[in-house]
Ligand binder design. Structure first.
Ligand SMILES: Nc1ncnc2c1ncn2[C@@H]1O[C@H](COP(=O)(O)OP(=O)(O)OP(=O)(O)O)[C@@H](O)[C@H]1O
Ligand SMILES: [K+]
Ligand SMILES: [Mg+2]
Length: 696
């Protein structure tokens, strides 16, 4: 236990130690690569700066060759800092991506090609051929024995084994993988530690979970979220207004100078400088890195998100639906006891329970076969297809069983068996209800067994709650999030587990459709709903939830339906996800406020020197009293570039998060970053101006 938690700690430390020399070096290289026209076009605000830099570069060249009247040194300085502005924005994005790339590299190391044992027929384990893992096709069946790496993603169709998934989860304690239930999914790149597994491959090479993980952490599949697009549209609108304003200044100053017969025409370089300073370049430069960094922080918490939109939605979630079995509990419900009704022989119950479970491939079913064997030495028999017809378990019928030539045997949820018995004119005894209630009140799952229309008794299935959930659900409550447990189990069991786990509410006897309907209902009432689940019966609900966290221990169906996978399979991981979501939204808001508030100072710094040549009386506005018009414009441009670099750490780490109501947080952030955005540039531009006049 001790070494396990230590190991985990180490892996987290390794992951969060993200800004190392290599990442910075790669980011510097990438900043140059990102100068490509096509890349720049993706960020319209920065694209304006890019075009401006190209124009002033040409003017600089012409001024040095004496083709224009521009001051070559001034033009050169502006040009250099405009290019720095573009490069700094590139760097911000590159360094945010760098963390993901580093994580992706360590994942790639886990993705070795191995030789797989492909079976010719699913039940002849001795006959196989060796095939390279990247030549495996969907539907291939492979045998994986102890100490071998699982060659691809798949579902276990036979066997039980412990699997080391540390390559993916960073968690060194092995997990159980077995056929049938909600824990049948295995991931390529993980290693079987003991026993063997027969795995049916479900993903072709190149489309595996590990491949998807790599693509995700690398950010190569990152799409802009609707929120980002909305903000970017606003930034483009602002930039367009400033563009129109600056463009009209030129003919205006031309006219004024001609009319008055004195003064100097505003230079194109100065106008470009003005435009760049007024455009929201700070947030424009940092917008994508804020999003990428949010995604990375999520990865550090061992959560993989397929959608940036889901992370943002997490910031506003107010209802969390949790599946019980496999999410709040560990989900390996094991038969612990057979309780016969009065007048029923112990062995008859155990025998029927076992018969009904022979073909039941769920962990519950297998545990029943084993318990019967253990208690009464009833050997598992082989029933051929002619003698018996198996009725597999489904979450909808809540029953499973077998029809033999003599009897119809069923086991399942009490309500389902009651219906079954009564449909055959049998009587469902009160005594059975009492046993069912007593098991349920202990948080166990009762399975009632019947032979035709006669109830024989009850099987007690036991499950264990994951540790530490109660305190964590308390934290969720403090964050204003309502927790609701949903389960296919009966109301009494549900109530017992709900009380033990400390959720706010629960829904019992939920079918897959029932889970989906509950989410729909909350969404219709205007709530933003998160769902955490692991089973195939959770998939429809996961597909509908705004934030859908699938347990890594869960089925392929659940993982595909969700928009996040929690590698730690923790029911309370949503706490961290919500924090990261809120922080992402706050950081974006704070930096937008800061960026726009900055304009006031830049206005005072640039407008007076710009028009001094035309209207000397404008000098009254020169409250900053900068040393010369050129120095004023230069200082503003330099500040505008440097502020991007200065804010990169904030964009990556996110603004400080505290558990305050959203409106309070918003107010506080607007105050801090709005006021900061007003004052900071006045001071910084003045200091830069003093330095420039000192040097020149
Ligand atoms: N193998 C089985 N054979 C017969 N009945 C079963 C079997 N497994 C479960 N049941 C019954 O069916 C009910 C519904 O099962 P289902 O898997 O849909 O939900 P669950 O696992 O109990 O809860 P959750 O939705 O929280 O995972 C169970 O509560 C149990 O009564
Ligand atoms: K700007
Ligand atoms: Mg479940």
């Amino acid at each position: 236990m001790h070494s396990k938690s230590k190991n985990k700690q180490e892996s987290i430390e390794k992951k969060s130690d993200f800004i190392n020399k290599n990442i910075i070096r790669d980011a510097l290289k990438d900043s140059i690569k990102k100068l490509r026209f096509k890349t720049q076009l993706k960020n319209p605000v920065m694209f304006i700066v890019y075009i401006g830099s190209i124009i002033t570069s040409v003017i600089t060249l012409l001024s040095f060759l004496n083709f224009t009247n521009d001051d070559p040194i001034f033009t050169l300085m502006i040009t250099v800092f405009l290019w720095f502005t573009v490069l700094f924005a590139n760097f911000a994005e590159a360094i945010a991506e760098g963390r993901g790339k580093a994580q992706a590299n360590s994942l790639r190391a886990a993705k070795k090609d191995v030789m797989a044992k492909r079976l010719n027929s699913p039940d002849k384990y001795a006959e196989f051929e060796m095939v390279a893992s990247n030549n495996l096709k969907k539907g291939d069946i492979v045998l994986v024995v102890a100490e071998e790496q699982i060659p691809g993603d798949g579902d276990v169709i036979d066997g039980v084994a412990s699997v080391d998934e540390s390559a993916i989860t960073g968690e060194s304690a092995p997990v159980i993988r077995e056929s049938g239930g909600d824990r049948c999914a295995v991931t390529g790149g993980t290693t079987v530690v003991s026993d063997y597994l027969i795995v049916k491959i479900t993903a072709e090479a190149g489309e595996s979970f590990l491949d998807k993980m790599i693509a995700m952490v690398e950010g190569s599949q990152r799409k802009k979220t609707p929120n980002e697009i909305a903000l970017q549209t606003l930034l483009i609108a602002l930039t367009s207004i400033f563009l129109v304003v600056t463009v009209t200044i030129y003919p205006y100053s031309l006219f004024a100078v001609n009319y008055n017969g004195i003064g100097t025409i505003v230079s194109v370089t100065s106008l470009i400088a003005l435009l760049v300073c007024l455009a929201p370049t700070t947030i424009g430069a940092l917008l994508s890195s804020i999003g990428i960094a949010g995604m990375s922080r999520l990865n550090v918490s061992n959560v993989l998100a397929t959608s940036g939109r889901a992370i943002e939605a997490a910031g506003d979630v107010d209802v969390l639906l949790l599946d019980k079995t496999g999410t709040i509990t560990f989900g390996n419900r094991q038969a612990s006891e057979f309780i016969p009704l009065q007048g029923v022989d112990n062995e008859e119950l155990a025998d029927s329970a076992q018969l009904s479970s022979l073909a039941d491939e769920t962990p519950e079913g297998r545990s029943i076969v084993i318990l019967a064997k253990k208690l009464y030495a009833i050997r598992g028999r082989y029933l051929g297809p002619l003698e018996a017809e198996f009725v597999p378990f489904s979450a909808k019928t809540r029953m499973s069983g077998v029809n033999t030539s003599k009897n119809e045997i069923r086991k399942g949820a009490a309500s389902a068996i009651k219906e079954f018995v009564e449909s055959k004119n049998g009587i469902y005894p009160k005594e059975c209800d009492d046993i069912v209630s007593s098991i349920s009140r202990q948080g166990g799952t009762p399975l009632v067994v019947c032979k035709d229309n006669r109830v024989l008794g009850v099987i007690h299935l036991k499950d264990i709650l994951k540790s530490g959930v109660k305190e964590k659900f308390n934290d969720l409550r403090k964050m204003g999030i309502k927790t609701i447990m949903i389960t296919g189990d009966n109301p009494l069991t549900a109530a017992a587990i709900a009380a033990e786990a400390g959720v706010d509410d629960f829904l019992a006897e939920a079918t897959p459709e029932g889970k989906l309907e509950l989410i729909n209902e909350y969404q219709r009432k205007g709530h933003l709903v998160a769902m955490t689940g692991d089973g195939s019966n959770d998939a429809p609900a996961l597909a509908q939830a705004d934030v859908a966290v699938a347990m890594n221990t869960g089925t392929q169906a659940a993982k595909e339906a969700g928009n996040m996978v929690d590698l730690d399979s923790s029911p309370t991981k949503l706490i961290e996800i919500v924090k990261i979501g809120k922080q992402l939204l706050m950081t974006r808001g704070a930096l937008t406020t800061f960026s726009i508030a900055n304009d006031v100072a830049k206005y005072f710094a640039i407008i007076p020197p710009l028009f001094l040549g035309v209207y000397p009386q404008l000098n009254k506005l020169n409250i900053m009293n900068l040393s010369s018009p050129e120095s004023a414009i230069m200082s503003a441009v330099i500040y505008n570039a440097l502020i991007i670099i200065a804010l990169i750490p904030l964009a990556l780490k996110g603004v400080k998060y505290e558990e305050l109501p959203a409106s309070k947080l918003l107010k506080r952030n607007i105050l801090i970053y709005g006021a900061g955005g007003l004052i900071a540039p006045f001071i910084a531009i003045k200091v830069i101006d003093i330095l420039i006049s000192f040097i020149m």
